[in-house]
Design a protein around this ligand. Structure first.
Ligand SMILES: *Cc1c(COP(=O)(O)O)cnc(C)c1O
Length: 470
C-alpha cells in the first residue's frame, strides 16, 4: 500500500466520522423527539450517545455503517423506545424448563401475588402483635404453617437457600469442623459451591469417603472433639450412577445421636409435592426428611415449593432459636413482600389438590402431554404468516433450577422455521418482542415448548410469531 492510499483511507474515515449526526440533531429529529414523552431525557440521551459511539467504532474498524440522518434516527428511535421500558419486566418462558433461574424461577400463585401487592401498597402487620400492640417477630407469619405442613418443631426463613445454609452452618459449627461426604460437595451454579459456603460460614470442612462411595464408617472415623456438625447435601443437580454408595439419612441421624452431634440436611429443592406422582423418580419430600430426625433441614422457596425466593430452615426448637439469635439472621432476613407471598403459598398446601391447580410450578409439572400438545396446536392454527412454517413436535421438558437433573417430562413444542433465517436469528427476534418470548434451540431448530407457557399466554405467543421483526 502506498502512502497516498493510506492517507486517503484515513481521510475517508475522518470524513465518514464527521458525517455522523450530532446527539442533539438526532434527539430533535421528529421520529425521536416524539418518544421523549415516554422516556426520561437522560436515558434517551445516553441511548443515543451509545448508538453513535457504536457507529464510530464500526467506521474506525473499516466496517460499513449508514450514517445518514434517517437511518440514524430510525435506529435511535428503537434504542430510545427500549430505554423507555422497564428493564426487569415479564417474559414468556417457552424453554420447557419449569424452574429457569434466568427467567426468575417459580411463578407465584395468584393468592401469593395478591398478598404481596396488598402488603406492598400499605402498612402491614409485619412485626407487630395485634393483641398487645407490641413488637413481634416477622417469622410468626410462616412459622406455625411450616410446623403443621412439615411436622417440624420450629422454623425460620432467610433470603434464599444459600443464606439458610450459611446461617445454619455459622450458627451450629463456626470455628469447628463440619463432616461432609466427598460425593456431596456440589456446585449449584452461580457462586454457590459447598466448600466455599462452608468456609464462608467460618467452619472447617472435613471431607469423607470418595466421589462415588461414602460409608458410615467414614463419618465415624472423621469425628473428633473438634467436630460440630454432620452435613448431608442433597445431590439436586447431578446424579452419580454405577458403583455408588451414600449413607442413608436415618443412619447418619443415628450416628449423630450416638455422638451428640447435630445433623443438617441441605435439601436444595424441597418439595411438599411427591414428584413420583408425575412419573419422576421419587425425591424425599420435606416432611419425610424432617421425620427422619435431622436437626436442621434447609431448602429453597422458589424451586419445587413454587413460592418466592427464600431459604427455609426447619428444625428443633433449640437449633432454630440459636439460628434466629445469630446476628447474621438480621443480615439475611426476608422482607415483607417475600413473607407475604410465602405465607400465601404455604396456605395453599393445606389442600394438596387445590395447590396443584393454583401453584404454577406444580401446574407446569403435572400438565399432561396431551394438554401441552393442545396448546401447541392452538399456536400452529393461530398464526399464518408468509415464510413462517410452524409444526407441532414431540419433545421433552426439564424441571430445572437444579432439580431432578437427569429427568425429562414428555412435552410438545411449536417448531418455528422462518425461510432463509437461522434459528438463532428467529430466537433473537422473539426475545426482542414485547413481551419477550424465550424458546429453545434443538438441532438448529427453534422450539417453543408449551409445557411452561400458561393458557393466558398462548394468544401472546401467537401475536409474537405474527409480528416479530426477523
Ligand atoms: C438450589 C440449591 C441451593 C441454593 O438455593 P438458592 O435458593 O438458590 O439460594 C443450595 N443447595 C442445594 C442442594 C440446591 O439445590
Amino acid at each position: 500500500m502506498s502512502d497516498t492510499e493510506a492517507v486517503s483511507d484515513e481521510d475517508q474515515v475522518q470524513e465518514r466520522l464527521r458525517a455522523i449526526p450530532a446527539v442533539d440533531v438526532v434527539l430533535s429529529h421528529p421520529q425521536v423527539a416524539r418518544l421523549l414523552a415516554g422516556t426520561p431525557r437522560p436515558l434517551a440521551t445516553a441511548a443515543v450517545r451509545a448508538l453513535l459511539e457504536g457507529l464510530r467504532r464500526r467506521i474506525r474498524a473499516g466496517e460499513d455503517a449508514d450514517v445518514s440522518l434517517p437511518a440514524v434516527a430510525a435506529a435511535a428511535a428503537a434504542a430510545v423506545t427500549a430505554q423507555g421500558r422497564r428493564s426487569l419486566r415479564r417474559a414468556i418462558n417457552a424453554t420447557g424448563i419449569i424452574l429457569h433461574t434466568g427467567l426468575g424461577r417459580a411463578v407465584l400463585a395468584a393468592p401469593a401475588v395478591a398478598a404481596l401487592a396488598e402488603v406492598a401498597g400499605s402498612h402491614s402487620l409485619l412485626e407487630i402483635e395485634v393483641e398487645s400492640g407490641r413488637r413481634g417477630s416477622r417469622l410468626e407469619h410462616v412459622r406455625g404453617l411450616l410446623r403443621l405442613l412439615a411436622g417440624a418443631p420450629s422454623a425460620a426463613v432467610a433470603n434464599n437457600n444459600a443464606a439458610a445454609v450459611l446461617l445454619a452452618l455459622n450458627t451450629l459449627a463456626a470455628g469447628k469442623e463440619v463432616v461432609v461426604s466427598r460425593g456431596q460437595l456440589v456446585e449449584i451454579g452461580g457462586s454457590f459451591r459447598m466448600p466455599d459456603i462452608i468456609r464462608a460460614s467460618g467452619c472447617r470442612m472435613v471431607e469423607v469417603g470418595t466421589t462415588n462411595k461414602t460409608r458410615l464408617a467414614d463419618y465415624e472415623a472423621a469425628i473428633t472433639p473438634e467436630t460440630a456438625l454432620l452435613l448431608q447435601v442433597h445431590p439436586s443437580n447431578f446424579r452419580v450412577v454405577g458403583f455408588t454408595e451414600e449413607v442413608a439419612l436415618p443412619e447418619l441421624v443415628a450416628l449423630g445421636r450416638a455422638r451428640s452431634l447435630p445433623v443438617m440436611v441441605d435439601l436444595g429443592s424441597g418439595a411438599f409435592f411427591d414428584v413420583a406422582r408425575v412419573g419422576l423418580p421419587p425425591e424425599p419430600t420435606v416432611p419425610a426428611v424432617v421425620a427422619s430426625g435431622a436437626d436442621i433441614v434447609t431448602f429453597s422457596g422458589d424451586k419445587l415449593l413454587g413460592g418466592p425466593q427464600a431459604g427455609l430452615l426447619l428444625g428443633s426448637e433449640a437449633a432454630i432459636r440459636r439460628v434466629t439469635r445469630n446476628p447474621l439472621m438480621r443480615v439475611l432476613r426476608c422482607d415483607k413482600l417475600i413473607l407475604a407471598a410465602l405465607e400465601a403459598t404455604l396456605r395453599l398446601y393445606f389442600d394438596p389438590e387445590a395447590a396443584l391447580r393454583a401453584i404454577p410450578t406444580l401446574r407446569a409439572l403435572t400438565r399432561r402431554p396431551d394438554a401441552v400438545r393442545a396448546l401447541a396446536q392452538r399456536v400452529v392454527e393461530g398464526v399464518s404468516r408468509p415464510g413462517v412454517r410452524l409444526a407441532v413436535v414431540e419433545t421433552a421438558s426439564q424441571v430445572g433450577g437444579g432439580s431432578l437433573p437427569t429427568e425429562e417430562l414428555p412435552s410438545a413444542a411449536v417448531q418455528v422455521e422462518v425461510e432463509g433465517l437461522p434459528a438463532e436469528d428467529v430466537a433473537r427476534a422473539l426475545r426482542r418482542g414485547d413481551p419477550p418470548v424465550f424458546g429453545r434451540i434443538h438441532r438448529d431448530l427453534l422450539l417453543l415448548d408449551m409445557r411452561t407457557v400458561a393458557e393466558e399466554e398462548v394468544a401472546e405467543v401467537c401475536a409474537a410469531l405474527a409480528r416479530a421483526r426477523w
